[in-house]
Design a protein around this ligand. Sequence first.
Ligand code: GLY
Length: 364
Amino acid sequence: MNNFSSISVKLPNNPYEIHIGQGALNNFKTFIPPEYKSHRQFFICDSHTEIYARKIAGDSPLFVVHPGEAAKSFTVYQSVMSFLLDHKINRNSLVIAVGGGVVGDLAGFAAASALRGVPYIQIPTSLLAMVDSSVGGKTGINAPQGKNLIGAFHQPCAVICDIDVLRTLPEREMKAGYAEILKYGLLGDAEFFEWLDENAASILTLDPKITSYAIQRSCEMKAEIVITDEKETLGQRALLNLGHTFAHAFEAVMKYDGRLLHGEAVAVGMICAMELSAKLGLMNPQNIERVVQHMGRLGLKKSISDIGLGQSITADNLLEIMRGDKKASSGQIRFILMKDIGKAYMDNEVNEDDVIALLSNMMG
Ligand code: GLY
């Protein structure tokens, strides 16, 4: 099937295309923007995605990192920079990230900072990276003080999503990635949610047409949001963080060691955001039941008890972590709340007592 869809991210200074379809990697060269076709390529991947990188790298230099969040460290960043500089990267070079969110963030930041910025292409190999982290130009690494605290906004010059590479993705990661697709329906497109409610099971079994459309619609929505608020200063881009204020707290407790995947934390976080919205009288609680049933049918994590935070963790502990989130503005925690399915908005004025009461109840 040579049936690819392309979405334009129409950023005034950095426009680029996202190409989606089965077998897209076989057409890799055709998707390189004309102005970069003769650039020398530098590939960055991990040992799980090396097979895809080697398929397209030819004789180009290629750097392989260990899989996992630990690759977003100073040490690994330094090795990537040494690799690029040792191989004489210059402004006529093109960095190509082949991997999930970790590789994309790391390679993107290396591209942002090498020689003050060289172009790069994202080839996401996980569902989560295809619909979220590879699009929109957020790049970075972690610091001992917290996740993603060192980074840059650096837009890729193209994103290439080949759904064939998802065939080797573990089911658990497919489900976690699906949560970010569901997020788009919940935050801004009730019709998409209805479509997902009918079709989501076929995404998990990788029906090519259904999966391509789900990725396409998610990327369209992300592109629309990113072009209105590229650097997350106007509130619009924050909508992409539906469920994330809760999710980041769950992830911090679980220490990013693989027991809780980001998408799993987001799935439960979105239910918390809906519960908070209902508690504040903003949204009909029946919507929560619909989404919980949808998640349940797909086997997603959907309640705090599914996470296994441990008996010693309290609602106060979670709130404390939320206060320290880099997105809390002047000590006030930022929540994305919902008025309905498809109608999310940012709220900086939620009373912390309501959050404590909600979490205590949900942790019951
Ligand atoms: N993942 C949220 C964003 O890109 O803004």
